[in-house]
Design a protein around this ligand. Structure first.
Ligand code: GCO
Length: 450
């Protein structure tokens, strides 16, 4: 029921924040952790802005107690974090590093002690380097090693953690990592990219089976997909068809196997020259039903026909006359569009917004306050669109903001700040931004004032 300008969410709606291991932990050589592909990539000259790395990041490995206290102060109900595979298995298979599991156990127990529900992402891109040396995600064996890793984490934490995410954004891990090469491991090979995409999806299905078999408390399992509405730059037939192809590789290449048990026919025909034959049974494993679907929403994609772009002959454009953040167009209605489309076309049991946020340049002012009105406006407008989707019948049960603190933004290094909490990386001092206190009010009201 909405009172005047207050949009109230259903009782039990879960308000949270999201982060990932490589982006916040630091301590890359501590506690028995092995190297990941992101350690290798960051230490390869020219890959990351200003040569920055996640070696220290937000020093969360040492400051996790302060960070959990801050989450409690903000009244956060769910904390979505990721486990670094190389902390648990330094070589990605075999030997388990007990110190790594100890770190996550302490974190989980501290969250639960503050009534914050842990939501654990098993893979947020930090593949153990030895597995990459053995072929990485293009190597089918990696899918099996991932399921073994999932069982190890579930064995230690499956009596306390019930919210599980197998993968974060397999599209980015596969294509930014192996097609464009903008992300680790920095490969530019279409055949490898599609093999990686398939094995990431296969490993999701195998991990679901492993979690179900190992967790001592019934797991509620999802995965987090980066999904954008895709709109044609003009209403020309060429741009309309380009948008369909772009949608095919960005959204349907993952949604169809997960929810329809098959890859989208139009895209299979297009990608045929670089596809590896799918083995019998793979798609059944991939489409193993899970309890929920996470959507990471940031913006929409405007696509035009671009014959120079390989395979899909489509590329993204940034139309003039619109508002942008440091990385994307600000497009709140796309949140409603993607939630309703996925709900109506793929029928997941329910949805959670597992990431949504904005990179804007913010620094504390002379009085030490970190004022970020653009982030508050972004938050308000996107949360209002989630409310609109729920009013239209979509079962959305949570909103996790990206991110609690400023952190390492991959190839952008520390130049893009997403946090509700500002970090001065030269001192690691945390300062809650105005948006953090504003989000606290949203959580307390279970709703947003327009
Ligand atoms: C992603 C990742 C996050 C990013 C965030 C901002 O969605 O790309 O999950 O690691 O940091 O989305 O780009």
């Amino acid at each position: 029921m909405d009172r005047g300008d207050l949009l109230t969410f259903p009782p039990g709606f879960q308000w949270g924040v999201a982060s990932s291991s490589y982006q916040i932990e630091g301590a890359v050589d501590e506690g028995g952790r092995g190297p990941s592909i992101w350690d290798t990539f960051c230490h390869t000259p020219g890959k990351i802005a200003r040569g920055e790395t996640g070696d220290i990041a937000a020093d969360h490995y040492h400051r996790w107690e302060e960070d959990v206290r801050l989450l409690g102060e903000l009244g956060v109900q769910v904390y979505r974090f990721s486990v670094a595979w190389p902390r648990v298995q330094p070589t990605g298979r075999g030997k388990v590093n007990g110190q790594g599991l100890d770190f996550y156990e302490r974190l989980v127990d501290a969250l639960i002690a503050r009534n914050i529900t842990p939501c654990l992402t098993l893979y947020h891109w930090d593949l153990p380097q030895p597995l990459q040396d053995a072929g990485g995600w293009p190597n089918r064996d990696t899918a099996r090693y991932f399921a073994d890793y999932a069982a190890i984490v579930a064995g230690r934490l499956g009596d306390r953690v019930t919210g599980w995410i197998t993968h974060n954004e397999p599209w980015v891990a596969a294509f930014a990592g192996n097609f464009s090469g903008e992300h680790a491991p920095g490969i530019q090979d279409p055949v490898a990219a599609f093999q990686a995409a398939h094995h990431l999806l296969l490993s999701h299905g195998l991990a679901v089976e492993a979690l179900r078999a190992t967790c001592r408390r019934k797991p509620s399992i999802g995965l987090a997909l980066n999904l954008n509405p895709v709109h044609p730059a003009t209403d020309s037939q060429a741009d309309l068809e380009a948008a369909t192809r772009f949608d095919g590789v960005l959204n349907r290449w993952f949604l169809d196997p997960l929810y329809r048990g098959s890859y989208p026919e139009d895209m299979v025909r297009l990608f045929e020259p670089v596809l590896t034959p799918v083995r019998e049974g793979d798609l059944k494993t991939i489409s193993t039903p899970v309890e929920w679907l996470g959507i990471n929403y940031y913006s929409h994609t405007v696509a035009r026909h671009d014959p120079s772009f390989p395979l899909i002959e489509a590329s993204q454009v940034q139309p003039t006359g619109r508002e942008y953040s440091q990385m994307w167009e600000i497009y709140p209605e796309g949140m409603h569009e993607i939630l309703t489309r996925v709900w109506n076309e793929y029928h997941p049991p329910y949805l959670v917004v597992t990431e949504n946020g904005i990179p804007v340049a913010d620094e504390p002012d002379l009085d030490g306050k970190a004022r970020d009105p653009r982030r508050i406006a972004y938050l308000r407008d996107h949360i209002a669109q989630v409310h609109r989707a729920i009013a239209d019948g979509v079962d959305v049960r949570g909103y996790y903001h990206w991110s609690p603190t400023d952190n390492f933004e991959w190839a952008h290094g520390y130049g893009k700040r997403f946090g509700l909490i500002y970090i001065d990386f030269s001192t690691q001092k945390r300062t809650v931004k105005d948006s953090g206190w504003w989000f606290k009010q949203v959580i307390e009201a279970n709703g947003v004032e327009l």
